[in-house]
Design a protein around this ligand. Structure first.
Ligand SMILES: Cc1cc2nc3c(=O)[nH]c(=O)nc-3n(C[C@H](O)[C@H](O)[C@H](O)COP(=O)(O)OP(=O)(O)OC[C@H]3O[C@@H](n4cnc5c(N)ncnc54)[C@H](O)[C@@H]3O)c2cc1C
Length: 469
């Protein structure tokens, strides 16, 4: 049996890799990665610099791991829908094995590859693994997809009966002799016209394992209380590993579950179920990447305001947490979840700017930028997504800051202009005594909270009409 194992950027590991284990157990193995211009054309790569850096590092680590096991990763350039069927025929393989993607464009790619292989009598088998449970498999009493998280989480929890994560193969067979192919080197950031950002997390399976170990033996014990604290390193920082599959979600789930830790452990597993929910939502409703879940928001009168938009992306709104989030994103390709929620709520509700603008900006700069989770986070924050809460919840950036960054350490780290601001005023510098305020070069708020709140409520009420009554 000769199999291609097609690595596709969301499963850059050798441990707990179903397609690799299956291929290794049954004969010849050809590990393949395609540099598809959909992501790797320089103009496309420039739209995802941080994700690209993490991916290239992880891909390089995968290449080394496969070589260490006795095989070799073949890296080939071209459009997947053309290259993969062509190589499968040329190499006379029996099977193409890969992990399923939930995104509509990934599904379309797989449909086309599957069709081409079908004509040649070659099997294309998709493995689950991006999620804990197969997308589409968690249903409500009426057989449909859940529209809010809590009952979804409960139903998914009941269904979860995970087999143990698969170990990495101890060895792999060498590539079959005489495979005709023009391989390409893994491109460098410079090849793609991108600068390397030394502040990003390091990619690769080994670094991911260290992060998991460090979290489970450290911050996880206090996750229940610390996860919302922007000033603490209380979360796992495994989001990019989950995104690029340097660890499988099953591996993380099982490590966290084995560690126990009561309420904190449970809260952590619950976040993994949130991730699960986002992926299942996108599987069920692929159109979510284009339109709001609550259709009442479809033609919502979002404002267009370039000055406000620039202030938000550059971190000059005059609201310290919002500005810290904006700057953290550009600097290290990450933002604390609480700060993401506050910043996204501010963009959509205080500034009345389209959530899709923010969604695209986050996808551009986040290292963990994930279509399903980012879309869900933005729709949730804008009030148009799957949420048990009504759309009129509006975060107050000042009180959120006081509660989740009480001494202002998070703000001071990312907004150094406020380094000397006393803790009492760190989340409302506009209230400082004038003499002190004048010494600080930090903007006044671009909107006043109470007025912005009223404006959003009035516009939303007018637009959504009876739905919101
Ligand atoms: C506007 C907005 C945009 C977001 N965009 C993304 C994105 O592009 N990619 C992404 O992975 N997450 C996104 N999130 C969710 C969340 O902010 C990040 O997953 C989290 O901050 C990552 O840090 P961590 O790994 O330390 O999280 P932890 O607290 O350690 O959580 C563990 C894992 O659970 C998952 N998770 C945690 N919180 C959420 C959540 N609210 N929704 C879905 N999954 C969650 C993540 O995979 C995370 O790695 C977004 C949230 C918002 C509000």
């Amino acid at each position: 049996m000769r199999s291609i194992v097609w690595f596709r950027g969301k499963d850059l590991r050798v441990a707990d890799h179903g397609p690799l284990a299956e291929a290794a157990a049954s004969g010849e193995v050809i590990p393949l990665f395609v540099l598809d211009p959909f992501f790797f054309a320089p103009e496309r790569a420039r739209e995802l610099p941080h994700r690209m850096q993490f991916l290239l590092e992880s891909l390089t680590a995968l290449e080394a791991n496969l070589a260490h096991l006795g095989s070799r990763l073949l890296v080939v350039s071209g459009r997947s829908v053309e290259v993969v069927p062509r190589l499968a025929m040329l190499w006379k393989v029996d099977r193409l094995l890969a992990h399923r993607w939930v995104e509509p464009f990934g599904r379309e790619r797989d449909r086309r590859v599957g069709e081409a292989l079908d004509r040649e009598g070659i099997t294309f088998r998709l493995f689950e693994g991006e999620t804990l449970l197969p997308p589409g498999s968690v249903r409500n009493g009426q057989g449909g997809m859940f529209r809010v998280f809590t009952p979804f989480g409960r139903a998914a929890g009941v269904r979860l009966d995970l087999a143990p994560a698969l170990p990495a193969p101890r060895a792999l067979p060498a590539l079959p002799e005489g495979l005709a192919v023009e391989t390409a080197p893994i491109p460098t950031m410079a090849d793609l016209g991108l600068a390397t950002n030394p502040q990003l997390q390091v990619g690769g399976e080994k670094a991911a394992r260290s992060r998991l170990k460090a979290f489970v033996s450290g911050p996880m014990a206090d996750y229940g209380t610390d996860r919302d604290r922007m000033d603490r390193s209380g979360t796992s920082r495994l989001s990019a590993d989950l995104k690029f599959g340097t660890l499988s979600v099953r591996t993380i789930w099982q490590a966290a579950a084995a560690a126990g830790m009561g309420e904190s452990g449970w809260r952590y597993l619950n976040e993994l179920l949130w991730r699960e929910f986002c992926h299942h939502l996108l599987w069920e409703w692929p159109e979510l990447l284009e339109q709001p879940f609550r259709l009442g928001f479809a033609d919502f009168p979002w404002r267009k305001d370039e000055a406000d938009w620039q202030a938000w992306i550059e971190g000059r709104t005059g609201y310290p947490v919002v500005d810290a989030a904006a700057r953290q994103l550009l600097a290290e390709g990450f933002i604390h979840n609480r700060a993401r929620m506050v910043a996204a709520s501010f963009l959509t509700k205080h500034l009345l700017l389209d959530y899709r603008q923010g969604e695209a900006h986050y996808l551009h700069w986040l290292t963990d930028g994930d279509w399903a989770q980012n879309n869900s986070g933005w729709q949730w924050s804008a009030g148009c997504g799957c949420d048990a809460q009504p759309w009129f919840r509006i975060f107050n950036p000042t009180s959120q800051g006081k509660k989740f960054d009480p001494e202002g350490a998070y703000v001071k780290r990312w907004v150094p202009e406020l380094a000397d601001c006393p803790a009492a005023f760190i989340h409302e510098p506009w209230n400082m005594p004038k003499a002190e305020r004048n010494r600080i070069d930090y903007p006044e708020p671009i909107v006043e909270h109470a007025l912005a709140r009223q404006r959003f409520l009035a516009v939303a009420k007018g637009h959504l009409g009876r739905e919101t009554a």
